[in-house]
Structure formats: C-alpha cells, structure tokens
Unconditional design. Sequence first.
Length: 402
Amino acid sequence: MRRTFKFALAASAIAAVGSAYAARDGSDHKDKAAEPPPKAASAPAGPSVPVAQVLERSILPSTDFTGFLAAPQSVELRSRVSGAVEAVSVPEGSLVRKGEPLFHIDPRPFQVALDTATAQLRQSEVLAKQAQDDLNRVQKLVETGAVSRKQYDDALATRNAQQAQVQVAKAAVAAAQLNLSYTHIRSPISGRVDRVLVTAGNLVNGGATDQASLLTTIVSTDPLYAYFDIDEATYLKAIRQTRPEKGDNTSGLPVSVGLATDQGFPYQGTLDFVGNQIDRSTGTVRARAVISNPDGMLAPGLFARIRLATGAEQAAILIDDQALGTDQGKRYVLVVDQNNQAQYRVVEPGPMVDGLRVIKSGLQAGEKVIIKGLVRPGMSIAPRMVPMQAGNETARPAEAQP
C-alpha cells in the first residue's frame, strides 16, 4: 500500500514538471512570433572625402622670374680729414637716418686752424683799408700835379692786391670751417650700418681718395631694387606693348616679390626700368622693380622670386593645387556629379595665383572637385564640403572603402 502511494506521488511530480516545461516552451514560441523580422542590411556608404566648389575670380596674367634684391644707395663712409677718433656713436647693424652723427674726430687742431685763418683775414682787411686810404690821397695829389701818374698807378695796384688778399683770407677761413665741420661725420643717407671698422682712440687718414680710412658701409633699405632678367617672349608680350608711346624706359607694371621661405608673393612693387637691348647670348633683357620695404624685413643681396603682371585683368578658374592629379603626363581632377560619384576630368593647369592653381580649360565655376582622398573614378562618395583655399588644412585624407 505504501509502495503504491509513493509511485503515484512520483508520477504526479513528473507530470507537473513536464507541464511547466511545456508552458514555458509555448511562451517562448509566442514571444519569438511577436518579434518583427530583422531589417535587411543597407548598402555601405562611400568614403567621406573633402570636396570644394570651383572658384572664378579676376586675376592679372603674370609670369614668374628669379632675381635678387639690391640697395638703391650704398655708401662707403670715409673720413675727409685726418685725426684721432674721439667717439663712435652708432651701434653696428643699426638703422640710421640721413644726417645722424656717427663718428667724432678730435676737433682741436681744426679749431686752431680756423682761428689762424680768421686772424689772417682781419690782417688782410686792415691792409686793404690802408691801401684804399693811400690811393684816395694820391688821387687828389695827382689831380693837382703834385705827384706823378706812376705813383698813382702804384697806389692803385697796391690797393687791388690787398683786396685780393682779403678774398684769399676769406677762402682760407671757409676751408678751415669746412674741415672743422668734417670732424663730425654724419650719415649721408638713411639705411642700415654695416660693421664699424674703427674704434675710439684710433687715427684715421682723411682725403677724397681711396687712401682715406674706411669707417663703415651704409646701404639704404626702403625701398629696395629687385633685378631680374626677362625672356624675349615676355618682353614682346608685355613690356613692349605697355611701354608709353613717348619712349620712356619704364612701364609701371605691377610686380610681386617673395623670398625663399615665403608662401606666395607678399611684397608689392612696380617695374621702373627695362634695359634698352636684348642680350644675344641669353635672349633676355635686364629689368628692375622698386619694392617697398617699410618694416626692413628685406635685405640687399637676398634671392627673390618675382612675379610680373603681363596683361589686363581677366576672369580665371581657380582650385586648390591639392586637387590636381597626374596620369601619364596628363593633369586631371575628380569632379563630383549630381549622384555624388567621382568623375575623371582632364584639365589644363596654369600658374599659381594667391596660392590657388589657375585652370585654363576643363572646369567651370560652381563645379565640385575632390580635394584629397583615395577615390577611384566612378566611386560613390560622401562629400564633406570645405572652402576652396590654398593648402586646405580641413581637407584630411580619406580611406577608400574596398
């Protein structure tokens, strides 16, 4: 009896467990049936690449040259009088103005010479007055016949000689004053001083020849000259056509200058001289431009890149130079069409203007080009618009999707 009861309890427990599992399994199936089916995976988007709109601006046609800068004025400062240097009042390498004192030579010997010349002038003036008085007396006597005509002539000659001595004495005084003024050596031009070759206490030789002691060198700094050689084709195209009819040797064409470390051509000037003949050995003509240098950043002797305007303003298509690619000698860009696909386009590039590349043919204003990125023609892209500017820093390279 007990054994039968135990088996009944066991069977009831097994049935209850089976019912629970069946109920949970049914609930799981219901939950799965209620869930919506998963969405189909969308097609992968193209790579995100920087894209900029093609610009159209008015530019001046130009040609680039290489040349050098030179000072319009250069002075070897020498002493005009001999003596001992008392003071040097200019720091080496500094900027000076015209008339600024630079060196001081001991003036005492020249002051003594001036005092001597002044005394001699006074003596000559006294003798000249005496000779004039004698002449006046002799003239009255000769009219009465008290003295001979020869005595009158002698008195007249003496008076004239003494007056001439006065003029000699005055010239000696002027020379002494001039030599005294030369003891204060001033800058004859405005510019930058080179290394000072003498110091206080040294003796210097004076004079107007190369034997005079060289004290320092001064070069003007504003404006500066930029010298360069123009080829024959540019000369015929620009210089000859713009030269005034009256035959002046200047054309006034705008010129831009950049140094070796400059981006672009930040310094502006004008053409003011063109040579009168073509060098047959090189096919070029020497030209010169005047460049403003108010901050003194330019220095004579520097290598310069020179851009010369060769015509009137005209409209031009401009893009960032990074957008250009090379394909077997051809230059091309990738243009973005209405479907955001990259299209291969052959273009003809021109010169650089303000950091942007001129495109002579192949593009129109308003079109969009890819600036950077690993993109193949025909590939779909996700355009990221950036401004069209030189060396676009916002245009980060993008990886092409496989």
